[in-house]
Ligand binder design. Structure first.
Ligand SMILES: *Cc1c(COP(=O)(O)O)cnc(C)c1O
Length: 389
């Protein structure tokens, strides 16, 4: 049996896979089992920040792998402490909890918000406002936080205490803060799975002000938008706001599973020993990989992300078959006249991997994709979206 058949027989039916089996990669290039080359414009969903098997990242990971691969959180280890310090220094946040995925990072943020509000105002202050069309993960609680019913059905009852406001509708958020005893407002600056939809500056400034007045915590879900993806280290930095907690995962480890809930002044001491934990959280190998990623996301590198973004937008804006482009940095959604799945199939045939978000073609290339490869990929995408192809 070939791998596709074994997979179909033995892997739970939770994924619709593209008909491609990937075997190895280097930089922005990846190869299937027949040796066909693809330019990867999806980075394993914004995970492979510096592409496949990047040298600096690989050396950092390999060195740690041959030194100490795991220790449990009962002991101190260097990579975990250093990564937390690096994140805090770069963001002016105060403390970090390490988890292993985006959903788990969000679970931690939710627990932190509930504990903060309960201790300060009473245990009835547990409601968290999230936005319609958001995505925060697949655990029962982060599903509850996700403002999309399609993900909820079949799994009820979900964790209680979440209400949904219309994105970019400040009045709607204000109404919910009056109707419910709230602990936090949680949002993605750019709704990723929801279709690459950025929130407006006015809306985010509005909820920041509202939250400050009522001492409701602001939680920015930076799982997809974080770690340089939008041309700033974290997407909230494009908006001049400061969340009390931000969460991140995907691109942080450069391809290894790691998530983080990063806490500011108000919540930095909300947890005490035993109030939260994770066996694998802060794993030294994952942290060593993450340090090698974050250390390189300086201003000049982030500017190169913005330049590549401008190039893609300039090429695709108004191109034949393109209706609109949304997003920021190297997180872009292309609304096409043709169904997105048709565009994706043509791209695959022609050696480019792109993703989907709702009805859009979603682009999340490695942040260090060389201009030459980017040009080649964009030309193929242009060809694929054009109406007569
Ligand atoms: C992917 C994603 C998550 C979930 O992350 P996992 O690592 O799959 O648990 C949560 N929030 C956002 C915004 C995401 O894009």
């Amino acid at each position: 049996m070939d791998i596709k058949e074994i997979d179909k027989q033995y892997i739970a039916n939770t994924y619709t896979r593209f008909p491609v089996q990937l075997v190895k990669g280097a930089g922005c290039l990846v190869y299937d089992e027949e040796g066909k080359e693809y330019i990867d414009m999806g980075s394993g969903i914004a995970v492979n920040t510096f592409g496949y098997c990047d040298d600096v990242w690989r050396h950092a990971v390999e060195a740690q792998l041959g030194t100490l691969q795991h220790s449990s959180n009962l002991y101190y280890t260097e990579p975990c402490a250093q990564l937390a310090q690096l994140i805090c220094k770069k963001t002016d946040m105060k403390k970090v909890f390490f988890a292993n995925s985006g959903a788990e990072a969000n679970e931690c943020a939710i627990k932190a918000a509930r504990k903060y509000a309960a201790e300060k105002y009473g245990s009835e202050y547990y409601t968290i406002i999230t936005l319609k069309n958001s995505f925060h993960g697949r655990t029962i609680t982060t599903l509850a936080a996700t403002g999309q019913e399609v993900f909820h059905k079949d799994f009820l009852p979900l964790t209680e205490g979440f209400v949904y406001a219309k994105a970019n509708d400040l009045e709607d958020v204000a109404r919910l803060t009056k109707e419910y005893k709230c602990a936090a407002i949680m949002f993605e600056c750019i709704q990723g799975e929801g279709g690459v939809l950025p929130l407006s500056k006015a809306f985010l400034h509005g909820i920041e002000k509202l939250a400050a007045e009522k001492d409701i915590l602001l939680i920015a879900d930076e799982v997809q938008t974080g770690n340089g993806r939008t041309g700033k280290l974290y997407a909230y930095m494009n908006y001049d706001i400061k969340p009390d907690i931000f969460t991140t995962a995907k691109g942080l480890g450069g391809g290894l599973p790691i998530g983080a809930a990063v806490m500011g002044e108000k919540v930095k001491n909300v947890f005490d020993a035993g109030s939260h934990g994770s066996t694998f959280g802060g794993n030294p190998v994952c942290c060593a990989g993450a340090i090698s990623i974050l250390e390189r996301l300086d201003n000049s590198f982030l500017n190169s992300v913005k330049e590549k973004s401008s190039y893609i937008i300039k090429e695709l804006q108004g191109a034949d078959g393109v209706k609109s482009i949304s997003g920021m940095g190297l997180m872009l959604g292309v609304e096409t006249v043709k169904p997105a799945s048709d565009v994706i199939s043509i791209c695959i045939k022609n050696g480019v991997l792109v993703l989907k978000a709702k009805d859009k073609v979603r682009l999340l290339p490695p942040l260090n994709i060389p201009m030459q490869s980017l040009k080649k990929a964009v030309a193929i995408i242009k060809y694929a979206v054009a109406l007569d192809k």
